[in-house]
Design a protein around this ligand. Structure first.
Ligand SMILES: Cc1cc2nc3c(=O)[nH]c(=O)nc-3n(C[C@H](O)[C@H](O)[C@H](O)COP(=O)(O)OP(=O)(O)OC[C@H]3O[C@@H](n4cnc5c(N)ncnc54)[C@H](O)[C@@H]3O)c2cc1C
Length: 292
């Protein structure tokens, strides 16, 4: 039996997770908490470590599919304003791990700082973006990252500097359980030019992705030298359905959840798409979305 003595007011049992994710699917968390500040967060990590409870950070759940049976262990969210601060000093921008990526994009554009504008329209938090090195149109968040403050499973806070960080395609070496904050060094530019560039990217994104639907982002990573969406489309899989899960007509690498969809429907559709692409195109596709 796990002891949460001292944390009774913040640790909840059986919190439904569907409403915390973009797919809006899946079951509850065994334990769930939204700590108010870094001290409380560290204390929770230490207790979980002592009690052998696995801890996972959930950002805005825009790249996660929760299984119908739910998730064991403790799910933490950095929703307190303490974790969402954005501080600007010249070209240096320091941001909390729970801050909204969209907020960082618009704030930096407004202040005449270039780099983040290509990430416009991508949902999620700074922690989620750094963990998976979120990117679009040939750029990614990693290229602007100067340092990150992380917390280990044992509750130790560490400052990781640029030389020690590796960012690849939709992956990074930031794999500690908590990314608490990060510092980016951006480039000075004309705010009006930046706003125009941001608008252009936004129009492109709106035109190419399903909007206003229950979905995560791209389901599969692009295999080297090709696009997962194109491969899926070439296999004639747009519109393919299992239960309430459908391969998007607008972008074949998106799966949309219709009413009454279950997490299992999405997982079965993922398996079907992957095996068809493998059989017909002889390409093994790797998941971009995480299944918890
Ligand atoms: C409509 C739509 C469009 C999208 N377009 C793009 C796109 O163009 N490019 C792109 O790259 N992605 C895209 N995505 C995917 C998604 O937005 C990104 O992966 C995003 O960065 C995930 O952030 P999140 O906060 O929602 O993370 P979550 O989905 O909640 O979590 C993702 C991972 O990050 C970890 N994590 C989250 N917060 C922290 C933290 N503070 N510390 C440590 N680990 C943490 C989680 O544990 C998990 O492993 C899109 C998604 C949607 C729904």
């Amino acid at each position: 039996m796990v002891s949460w003595t001292g944390f009774e007011k913040i640790v909840r049992q059986g919190e439904p997770l569907a409403m915390h994710t973009w797919f809006q699917l899946g079951g509850p968390a065994e334990y769930f908490a939204e700590p108010e500040n870094a001290d409380q967060l560290i204390a929770l990590l230490k207790r979980s470590h002592e009690e052998n409870v696995e801890v996972r950070l959930l950002g805005q759940g825009s790249n996660v599919l929760i299984r119908d049976e739910g998730v064991s262990g403790l799910i933490l969210r950095l929703t307190s304003t303490e974790f969402g601060k954005i501080e600007i000093d010249g070209q240096q921008v320091t941001v909390g791990g729970g801050a909204n990526l969209g907020h960082l994009v618009t704030t930096s554009v407004h202040r005449g700082l270039a780099g983040m504008e290509m990430l416009v329209g991508i949902p999620g938090t700074i922690g989620g973006a750094l963990h998976g090195n979120t990117g679009a149109h040939g750029g990614d968040i990693g290229q602007w990252t100067a340092s990150a403050t992380v917390i280990t499973a044992a509750g130790e806070t560490i400052e990781r500097l640029r030389d020690d960080l590796v960012f690849g395609y939709r992956e990074s070496s930031l794999d500690e359980p908590v990314i608490l904050a990060a510092t980016f060094v951006l480039e000075e530019d004309d705010p009006r030019e930046l706003a125009k560039r941001m608008q252009k990217q936004w129009i492109l994104k709106r035109a190419n992705q399903p909007m206003g639907h229950q979905c995560a982002g791209c389901i599969f990573k692009n295999p080297r030298g090709t696009s997962a969406g194109e491969l899926i489309e070439k296999c004639g899989l747009k519109g393919t359905r299992i239960g309430g899960a459908v391969v998007s007509e607008r972008h074949a690498n998106f799966i949309v959840a219709e009413p009454n969809c279950t997490s299992q429907d999405v997982q079965r559709l993922i398996d079907l798409v992957r095996s068809q692409v493998n059989d017909r195109m002889e390409v093994q596709m790797e998941l971009e979305v995480e299944i918890w």
